[in-house]
Design a protein around this ligand. Sequence first.
Ligand code: FAD
Length: 608
Amino acid sequence: MNPRLTSPIPMVLFTAIPTLIGQFGMLLQRVDYKSEKSSQPPMAAYDYVVVGGGSAGCVVAARLSENPQVSVLLLEAGGNPSPLSFIPLATPFLQNNPTTDWQYSTTPINSSDILLGNRPLVWPRGKGLGGSSTTNYMIYMRGNPQDFDQWANITEDPRWSYANVEKYFNKMEDYHGRYERDGNYHGKNGPLSIEPLKYAPGLENVLDAVKEAGFSVRDLNKHQQEGFSPIDFTQKRGRRHSAYSAYLEPILRRRNLKILRYSHVTKIHLDSKRKATGVSYVRKGSPSYVSAKKEVIVCGGTIGSAQLLLLSGIGPSKHLKSVGVKPLVELPVGRNLADHVITLVGPIILKQNGSVPVSSMPADVTFSSFNDFAINGDGPFTSAMGLMVAGVTSSSTSPGWPNLLYFILSLGIYDGLGAAIDQVYGSGNYTKELLHPFIGQDAHFTVLSAGKPKSRGYIELLDNNPFSKPIINPQYYSDSGNQDLQDMIEGYETIVNLYENTNALGYKLGARLAKIPNCAGYELRTRGYYECAIKTAIRTVFHPVGTCSMGKIGDPKAVVDSKLRVIGTKGLRVIDASVMPEVTNANTNAPTIMIGELGADLIKENFH
Ligand SMILES: Cc1cc2nc3c(=O)[nH]c(=O)nc-3n(C[C@H](O)[C@H](O)[C@H](O)COP(=O)(O)OP(=O)(O)OC[C@H]3O[C@@H](n4cnc5c(N)ncnc54)[C@H](O)[C@@H]3O)c2cc1C
């Protein structure tokens, strides 16, 4: 037993934290809601109307309004980022929280051999300025160069090749990460601050094991190749640095940029020539309309953008008719939904007869660690869920192009950890019960993800009410060749070897994978066991993309062209994660911000 994990903080108090944070968040939001009064009412028309102030929307609004000659309106359904969002340690409490999150869930994942079967999965999406970049885990990863070359192939537009998008990554970065001294590969002086991992008990053991297992420890953002690395985060002085902090906060007083919060856009209006003329929105309960003189730019994210296009009559006509929306433009909106499905490998119990350094939220929350955070931007408060190492490897089907993604978490098991994980995923009491026998033990977990999944899901409208949550069916593991599952099994084996068959972790720390009760019938460390474990707790790592995919005209999957213009319309673009035709083998915030930068340049081509 590790005494740090059976903290002196009474558990009743600790497990009450999510509720307290929820109540506090509600209070803050009430104040923020009341404060949303425009000193000047919005104008009747703007050159550009941007819908959604998330990762991409903040970039687009900021870059377009750099030109004082153009007027820009940004409409965001939520409010300002919650003050809690700046504290990385509080990240898990921002999800599934009505003040910061849309609280979407999927259709029930139904398969008889899935323990979480017939249960919808929680699908968090950030609500408010900064969007999901204000609620995410801040991991900074560009993706593999081949991921972007794949987009260039699909669109037949070299703008999306890595050779071209690299300059946009450099433009957005103010890089002070782990590899700062490693040449000029990263951008400096861009708006988005990137810092190295600051709190990671047990990191050296993992890095030693990685090398023993034959992998390199290398910068995964430098022409991504197989390997592992301590994670770089979008933080500034240890605080979250979201798209809001990076792009909008510094320009809030710009005169040609109007931001309206608590403004939910309900419809895009198209004239008889399919030109976008403006949008309807509901601001603090009151309906309104605003005209767009040049363009409407939809940045509502993978769910929000698809939903808004569908509500506006852009999508599969059969579906639109079935929910009472008049079809105007036939496009596969909402289809081609790709996401990084995950399994949580663990708990991996470390050293049975003594303790090793691991992070533990109750023990980490001390006055002195808070001070360290407030004054130095350092210490446990900079850490979200004990995240410390990321990795990418190639399965046997994808040599030379990594298609598996790993995140290693140092997380000792305290009473309340299982409930915190269940809160994030909406997985009932599954994790709480799984971890209960191990309370007080040092542990790691690995989030293992199919980084280049073949399975595709869809988003549809439930009805024609813009405030109804859409139907989300991710259809994980539905690919015809069963490739996603086979890749995940290989990834599982990689992690078990890393922990159990290396000196640094297996021998010195006695790392052992704990068995999942649901898979008791399978021998541990067999493919049968891995398959059972993977299917037992299917979850997301929150990277849905592709519902407004870009492609060349005539491509049956394409919703926007390579300039991100909605096909068959005028004056209407989508710029956000939904346009990725294939997900990158990486977290999706960095590529989405890059899409915002490149997309803004595409619009600027028409400035003169
Ligand atoms: C819990 C979580 C953890 C994640 N962790 C990471 C991570 O560690 N690293 C990483 O790189 N990526 C991570 N991601 C993914 C990444 O944050 C997203 O891919 C990225 O933020 C998507 O950006 P976006 O602009 O497409 O959408 P969003 O950032 O979600 O922005 C969409 C915005 O539009 C607004 N909106 C939607 N509909 C409307 C409407 N009708 N009217 C007005 N406004 C509207 C929303 O409120 C929101 O502000 C995570 C995501 C989540 C949810």
